[in-house]
Ligand binder design. Structure first.
Ligand code: PMV
Length: 318
């Protein structure tokens, strides 16, 4: 008898340094893959299951769609393990979609390479959320620092282009120095679908909302320049500006805003902003004194860690 084939894949979480929400409307975004990952194992089975339980299309919406887009439609048993906080902001759903597409695709002999995986995982995210940019799934597939832009940028390393409807995003790799960042996870659950829908309603009704989106795009490109110049002070104040613009879009929360203020008051801090969909989830702090920031937020009952970037995108074994 042939030994049972098991495939394994993993993909990193991420932080968005600049540009969340605006990237859904074609503005640029800059993100960094983290050294915390989601691991998935896949093997053939009689019925599809996740961690020993039958797949529930509602509870396991991302997984369900990712399997559909990657498999040859045979049933699979999946085991998942996450090193990421699940309450949002650090790309756990994208890392999961990417790792599932990679593990199941490999089992079916269908999906090859980070670009093919990124495309299918984006389709899974888009179908689940009703709207999305390919930001999170591209970062989870590519690893490192990734810039999405509405058109190809000659000054950056081009990776791939992903389109949806009338929009297209050119995905680039950016070479950044190690950044002294702290991630603070509020523990308050953030639902990306709801936050994206909230911003859509706001900008459909308000020309001001559309101006805010465009301004986030400008701040993002200034941020890319500041990082290229190694100017952390400017990068931090642009991050803080980005947070204010997200606040105007309605995706801040009293807790996020209080924690950002607290972190900004720590000597050595350059700036702080929410990261990801907002409304809860996480914030990032750019600071020379990570220990002092970690100590300052420790009293607030949140989970925080010194972020380490990772160049490793999706990995498939077997
Ligand atoms: O909170 P997260 O990790 O799901 O990030 C969402 C990022 C958004 O820009 C709000 C949505 C998107 O698809 O780009």
């Amino acid at each position: 008898m042939e030994p049972e084939r098991v495939t394994s894949a993993s993909a990193p979480g991420k932080v968005i340094l600049f540009g969340e929400h605006a990237v859904v409307y074609g503005e640029p975004s800059l993100s960094l893959a983290l050294d915390r990952r989601i691991h998935v194992q896949a093997r053939r089975a009689q019925t599809t299951s996740v961690n020993g339980e039958p797949l529930d299309p509602q509870r396991h919406a991302y997984i369900d769609r990712a399997i559909d887009l990657a498999s040859d439609h045979g049933a699979v048993a999946l085991t998942t393990r996450s090193e990421l906080p699940s309450s949002g902001g650090v790309g756990s759903s994208a890392a999961l979609s990417v790792a599932v597409v990679a593990a199941v695709g490999s089992l079916s002999g269908r999906v090859v390479g980070p670009e093919g995986i990124a495309r299918r995982a984006f389709e899974a995210e888009y179908a689940t959320q009703g709207s999305a940019s390919p930001n999170d799934t591209s970062v989870a597939a590519a690893g490192g620092a990734v810039l999405l832009a509405p058109a190809l940028r000659a000054d950056q390393e081009f990776l791939w282009r992903i389109g949806k409807g009338e929009r297209a995003w050119a995905v680039h790799r950016v070479h950044l120095p190690e950044l002294p960042l702290v991630v603070v996870n509020t523990g308050s659950r953030s639902r990306t679908t709801e936050q994206v829908a909230r911003v859509r309603r706001f900008i459909e009704r308000n020309a001001f909302g559309r101006d805010v989106i465009a301004e986030i795009g400008r701040v993002t490109m200034e941020g890319v320049e500041a990082l290229k110049d190694g100017d952390l002070r400017r990068t931090g104040s642009l991050m803080t500006r980005n947070h204010e613009l997200l606040h105007m879009l309605g995706v801040d929360s009293p807790q996020l805003s209080r924690l950002c203020d607290l972190a900004r008051r720590v000597p050595g801090t350059y700036g702080a902003k929410l990261t990801g969909a907002g409304g809860g989830g996480s914030l990032i702090v750019l600071t020379e004194d990570r220990d002092a920031v970690l100590a300052a937020v420790a009293k607030e009952g949140v989970t925080s860690f010194a972020a380490k970037a990772s160049r490793t995108g999706v990995e498939v074994t077997g």
